[in-house]
Design a protein around this ligand. Structure first.
Ligand SMILES: C[S@@+](CC[C@H](N)C(=O)[O-])C[C@H]1O[C@@H](n2cnc3c(N)ncnc32)[C@H](O)[C@@H]1O
Length: 267
């Protein structure tokens, strides 16, 4: 254990002369994650998946529930599952980092219902959610996904990011390497307006507030923000209190104790 820690510290230190900016970003992320234990906890009334989908259908003006039976959703789920079974034991992330299937399915259904032009996602890991979102865009026949991720340091870690995204779906995908603090503001400025934002990167209150604060103003009226792991701090609770939130729901994930939140911007 101590050996692993030592190796990680050495890898981090070796980055300093090569890339001082990334060194600073990584050190500040580590410090931020340590402080997150002190984050204030929120209190939510949690919705069952079906009731959340009905509420969202009302807010979006389209029946999101029917989309859960689509053959292309079943297809991508099987592909992702097969891909997960092929991840080598020494790959950089533990399985618990993977997005829960209920969250990924929810994202697929929202993308099908919203028919978005531009989606921004933070936190890719092996790419469970990215694969579902890209499959939904493919079925829609339009739209693109921009994802931001800073992979862990270590041999070949970068090549595992998004490995579950099937090759035929990649033409609608741009993967940006770096922290969201550094990359999200210029990306949003370039895109001007987005239809959907998905947060699943560093789940500290500070970082979630930062990402929501950047993404919400860029979201078009009627657009949707999805956030994984909203239970750890009050960032999503604060976002839900904004006057231009038409609806916000919090849902329990099927295979984890985590909660995800969905907020719809007033049209
Ligand atoms: C929980 S995993 C994402 C799971 C993924 N959404 C999925 O569908 O399986 C978190 C990811 O966020 C990335 N990450 C952590 N901190 C970050 C930061 N400050 N900026 C960008 N990416 C970050 C990690 O490299 C990791 O890939």
């Amino acid at each position: 254990m101590q050996m692993v820690r030592l190796m990680k510290s050495l890898r981090l230190l070796s980055l300093l002369p090569r890339n001082p900016r990334e060194f600073y970003d990584r050190v500040s992320s580590i410090a931020e994650a340590r402080w997150a234990a002190r984050d204030e906890r929120p209190s939510y009334s949690v919705h069952a998946e079906q009731s959340a989908l009905h509420l969202l259908a009302g807010a979006l003006g389209t029946d999101v529930t029917l989309l859960s039976c689509e053959a292309r959703l079943v297809e991508i789920e099987a592909q992702v599952q097969r891909g997960k079974e092929q991840i080598p034991a020494d790959a950089p992330f533990g399985a618990f980092h993977n997005s829960d299937y209920s969250l990924a399915r929810f994202c697929y259904q929202l993308v099908r219902a919203l028919q978005p032009r531009v989606i921004v996602e933070t936190g890719v890991c092996y790419g469970v959610t990215s694969a579902y979102v890209l499959q939904a865009l493919e079925v829609n026949g339009k739209g693109c996904l921009h994802s931001i991720d800073l992979p862990p340091l270590g041999k070949d870690a970068s090549k595992h990011i998004g490995r579950l995204v099937p090759a035929p779906l990649r033409s609608r995908w741009t993967l940006h390497r770096g922290t969201t603090k550094r990359l999200l503001p210029p990306l949003l400025a370039e895109l001007r307006e987005i239809d959907m934002f998905i947060h699943d990167s560093l789940h500290t209150c500070r970082n979630m507030r930062f990402e929501f604060g950047a993404a919400w103003p860029a979201l078009r009226p009627g657009g949707v923000l999805v956030s994984d792991d909203v239970e750890g701090n009050v960032a999503f609770q604060d976002l839900s209190a904004l006057p231009d939130v038409a609806l916000s729901v919090v849902i329990k994930e099927q295979s984890k104790e985590s909660l995800f939140g969905v907020a719809v911007k007033r049209a």
